[in-house]
Design a protein around this ligand. Structure first.
Ligand SMILES: [Mn+2]
Length: 340
């Protein structure tokens, strides 16, 4: 009996049987986070257990703090993945569409056998789409469908899944955190995942440079739209100056969001070539930041979205604030309607 995801009780076993005996690439997105790495590792470990030679493929290296969660699996970069046998199947995890893994991997795996994802904007680009935007994490979906299908979850798989749930729920705080997250986290702990060890690896191993980066970010913060939007910028060259890398930006935007009265926190990272990346975070899913990011070619979740632009850093701040101002008017109208 499917307890956690009855809607996938037919499709997930169908995905597994389509992969049986085949080599599989479990593909994740660029700049991978805990949910991406956790879901890649967990699915690859289960496929290996079921007899399919599976490897993880990611356009970027595994971040230092997530290496602990990769036991028993191999990660390949894009160049190495292009050398995989022609008939290698693919499953994309935590990716709203397969371009999130980069254009070269999209071309290499044009018609994936499966996707396991929780992004609102995932339109279902694979043969079997295990997509639920009501889930806090791709790891929540995987944990549920594994248990529903009676698949054995060993300690290292449980640990990888737990890491994904704990990161994508903001340590069980974000609005996406449901009773199901706690039930599944409990099942994973009963199978050997250690909240203390996972918490240590994820949140208590920051680099000293991260604190210097945080100082720069906090110094750059400015309140906009009457204190409802808080924006911080990391100037190009800041990584070299502080001895950090792009992975050290993880969590910075939460300092912008967590201020009382702020609806949306923003982190803008400027790059030497004039391109930039923006991360948007909201407290309330009514903000639908996936729609705001979509105006600039990005996407994501209602409370967490992002975008990358090649040019236009100069004008971006004003355009973004105009878009957020429009969005917050809709939010205010929605809130007023709910209060009535
Ligand atoms: Mn995720």
């Amino acid at each position: 009996m499917a307890k956690y995801f009855p809607e996938f009780s037919e499709s997930f076993p169908r995905l597994l049987s389509s992969l049986r005996g085949r080599s599989v690439a479990v593909v994740g997105h660029a700049r991978p986070d805990g949910d991406c790495i956790g879901s890649q590792v967990a699915l690859a470990r289960v496929l290996i257990l079921l007899g399919s030679p599976a490897v993880c493929v990611n356009p970027d290296p595994v971040p230092r703090r997530l290496a602990y969660f990769t036991k028993g699996v191999t990660f390949l970069g894009t160049d190495q993945a292009l050398l995989l046998p022609e008939d290698t199947a693919s499953v994309f995890v935590d990716c709203a569409d397969h371009s999130r893994a980069g254009e070269r991997l999209k071309l290499r795996f044009p018609k994936p056998q499966g996707t396991v994802d929780h992004h609102l904007s995932n339109g279902g680009f694979a043969e079997v789409n295990i997509v639920d935007s009501g889930s806090a994490a791709a790891c929540e979906i995987l944990a549920g469908v594994f248990l529903d299908a009676g698949i054995t979850i060993d300690t290292d798989t449980a640990t990888a899944l737990y890491a994904g749930i704990v990161t994508d729920t903001g340590q069980f705080r974000y609005s996406s955190t449901s009773q199901r997250c706690f039930m599944l986290a409990g099942e994973l702990v009963s199978r050997g995942a250690s909240p203390a060890q996972a918490g240590f690896e994820l949140f208590e191993r920051e680099s000293a440079g991260k604190l210097r980066l945080l100082q720069h970010f906090l110094a750059s913060l400015s309140m906009e739209l009457g204190g409802r939007v808080c924006i911080g910028t990391l100037k190009s060259g800041i990584y070299a100056e502080t001895g950090t890398t792009a992975e050290d930006t993880e969590g910075l935007v939460d300092f912008a969001r967590c201020v009382d009265g702020v609806d949306v926190g923003v982190l803008v990272e400027e790059k030497p070539d004039g391109s930039f990346k923006a991360s948007l975070r909201a407290k309330d899913p009514l903000c639908r930041l996936d729609l705001v990011a979509g105006l600039f070619g990005g996407g994501g979740h209602a409370c967490a979205a992002g975008l990358n632009r090649k040019t236009g850093a100069g004008e971006f701040r004003a355009s973004l604030l105009a878009a957020l101002e429009d969005r917050l008017k809709v939010v205010d109208a929605d809130r007023a309607a709910r209060a009535r």
